[in-house]
Design a protein around this ligand. Structure first.
Ligand code: THG
Length: 300
């Protein structure tokens, strides 16, 4: 599982201030920190950046590339001009940069796809359509077909595309999490060679802060079983990173057992497990809708 660090992000107070004051130091420290933590890519998230994105994004890219040359960057903003300005100054990395993201809206993708072709960038194809969030895996599939068709026509091959089926918060849209798993099960057959990613931490947007890591990690394990290629994740979460790199098979196996019980409609008796492992089994059950979500799901 490849990891894309999420925390070079305008919503962090420290990073937001550094963006505004054009202070390179916190950004370079963050980039070096993410490298040390084993991130394979660094997501540079400006948010909408409507006013000055076209100046800010290339500046941030240059500042980060002064200290980290071997990690490819993910350009995360809805400001198309900002993305093009950054691609113009981008210093070549062993793997290409990624445009984050192209939505399934004609007027936008017609402008963005040529950028990917011109600058040889990979793209994240976000399954966000004209009506917003797709309702189920069939709508996700239809959106993917439309966007992939446009990408292929422009000469962007499937292996340059990272499909993002959209992760939603567990406390308000739990059924969508199953829909995303079903979508992941099909997408790699629909478009051989395609890559995939997602904003993993979206799942725990809302639940209490201290419970976010177990939700993020459990869902990552579930998605990886369906072929998820990468996740945008929190570099501070060491257990998550360890599992992404192949460690903690004890946790992985418990989540798999909970999934198998769900698909076989049997009851998973995890009472003999350690407290830690029981927590992962309970969390898997909440994600699959076997148990109802509440902020105290680990205690029941
Ligand atoms: N898909 C794609 N790109 C994305 C997303 C996606 N980019 C943005 C987002 N979703 C993924 N990145 C984040 C970054 C931070 C958080 C969640 C997702 C987050 N941060 C903490 C918070 O808000 O509480 C901490 C912020 C802080 O440091 O203060 O939750 O879905 N393609």
């Amino acid at each position: 599982m490849y990891l894309i660090g999420e925390s070079l992000n305008v919503i962090s107070t420290k990073i937001g201030r550094a963006f505004k004051e054009r202070d390179p130091k916190p950004l370079q420290e963050e980039a070096l920190f993410q490298k040390k933590k084993g991130m394979d890519y660094i997501d540079i998230n400006l948010g909408p950046a409507k006013k000055d994105g076209h100046e800010l994004m290339p500046w941030v890219v240059q500042v980060v590339q002064e200290v980290v040359q071997d990690i490819p960057l993910v350009l995360d903003t809805s400001n198309i001009g900002a993305i093009e300005a950054a691609l113009k100054v981008y210093k070549e990395t062993p793997l290409p940069p990624i445009i984050n993201s192209i939505m399934v809206r004609t007027a936008r993708y017609e402008k963005m796809i040529p950028l990917a072709a011109k600058y040889n960038a990979d793209v994240i194809a976000l399954m966000w359509g004209p009506d917003g969030l797709p309702r189920d895996e069939h709508e996700r599939g239809a959106l993917a077909a439309e966007l992939m068709n446009a990408l292929h026509e422009a000469g962007v091959s499937s292996d340059r595309v990272w499909i993002d089926g959209l992760v939603t918060p567990v406390n308000i849209q739990q059924p969508q999490l199953i829909s995303l798993m079903n979508f992941m099960a099909d997408i790699h057959d629909m478009f051989p060679g395609i890559k995939s990613t997602c904003g993993l931490s979206n799942i725990s947007n809302g639940p209490p802060e201290h419970l976010r890591p177990i939700l993020n990690t459990t869902y990552m394990i579930m998605l990886e079983r369906y072929g998820m290629y990468s996740v945008i994740s929190d570099p501070l979460d060491e257990t998550l990173t360890e599992i992404a790199k192949g460690g903690r098979m004890d946790i992985v196996n418990v989540v798999y057992d909970a999934m198998d019980a769900f698909y076989e409609s049997t009851l998973y008796d995890f009472s003999g497990l350690s407290n830690e492992l029981q927590g992962y089994a309970k969390t898997a059950n909440v994600i699959m809708g076997v148990s109802l979500y509440s902020d105290s799901w680990l205690e029941v």
